[in-house]
Design a protein. Structure first.
Length: 307
């Protein structure tokens, strides 16, 4: 009797799963996912009609790539067909490596290059596929506890942002954070409280950074923000604003109010001579060390004289 009950439950489960799969396949929709570029991991559904791609936030598919035109290209959904066309962009639109000159129909799996660095992958997905794909991208790019980007992705972005800043002679700032006395938080309140502090810290910083900034967890209690276009003065002001947001917030875990502050080091090129990406990180780390040495809960800026 027990075996019969087990068989019946299994049959019902299989039937239910089959029903989900049939419904999902019936509802396949067109998507593009950013596989290379500043917005890597983002997924966009191509709903009926037209979806424009560009650097301006007014476009439905907003790419934070300075080499993408403000209105760069558009996707047009025509029943079961999806076409892409360039909108007279500066750096062009390419499908599978070939520059397009007119409306081009897309096939499942096609890769669309927008400008010189950003690449999208086109595919049809059902709801189950999309959720799975998003989880996979998030796992590859983000820290599981805080939701900030992970160190590997940060290092990739640092290289690309640095190359752009050098090529176009624009400022690039790196802001490095270390939570003050974090070991004491773990020792006093427990590791669950420490995890809560890290996650809440990430939320606070994420709430005020710009969309184009790269926010990542760099180490255990170290975080970093990479900010395009900020010179030393602007980066210092931005870092001070983030420090205050942390200092003025009441961090709580269960019944405990936990005192949390952060020390911050700032380095910005061209004030920092950068040959290798590690040079900018090293300069910010020196400034962070100065902030901790000078009393913590403060912002310090890298200076050559400190070497």
């Amino acid at each position: 009797m027990g075996d019969w009950d087990d068989d019946e439950k299994t049959a019902i489960g299989e039937a239910g799963m089959a029903g989900h799969l049939v419904a999902a396949r019936r509802n396949e929709r067109a998507y593009v996912v950013v596989i290379v570029g500043p917005n890597v991991g983002e997924t966009h559904e191509l709903a009926g009609g037209t979806s424009e791609v560009g650097r301006t936030s007014a476009t439905p598919i907003h790419l934070m790539d300075p080499e993408v035109s403000r209105r760069h290209a558009r996707f047009v959904v025509q029943g079961q067909r999806v076409v892409v066309e360039d909108l007279g962009s500066t750096n062009g639109t390419f499908v599978n490596g070939t520059q397009i000159s007119g409306p081009t129909e897309l096939a499942d799996g096609d890769k669309i290059q927008i400008g010189t660095t950003t690449i999208l992958k086109f595919s049809f997905h059902d709801a189950l596929d999309r959720a799975f794909q998003q989880k996979m991208y998030d796992a590859a790019l983000r820290d599981g506890l805080t939701g900030a980007f992970n160190k590997r992705h940060f290092k990739e972005r640092l290289e690309s942002e640095l190359a752009y800043a050098v090529r176009h002679r624009t400022p690039l700032a790196l802001i490095l954070f270390d939570l003050d006395h974090f070991k004491a938080v773990n020792d006093t309140y427990g590791h669950l409280a420490g995890d809560s502090v890290l996650a809440t810290f990430a939320e606070r910083v994420s709430s005020i950074i710009r969309r184009e900034d790269v926010f990542a967890r760099y180490g255990g209690e170290e975080f970093v923000v990479l900010s395009r276009g900020l010179d030393t003065s602007a980066a210092r002001a931005f870092a001070e604003r983030m420090r205050r947001v942390v200092d003025e917030y009441e961090f709580r875990f269960e019944e405990s109010l936990i005192p949390v502050t952060t020390s911050v080091g700032v380095a910005s090129m061209p004030d920092v001579e950068v040959v290798d990406p590690k040079d900018l990180v090293s300069a910010a780390d020196q400034a962070l060390y100065a902030a901790k040495s000078n009393g913590r809960n403060r912002v310090e800026v890298y200076a050559k004289s400190a070497e």
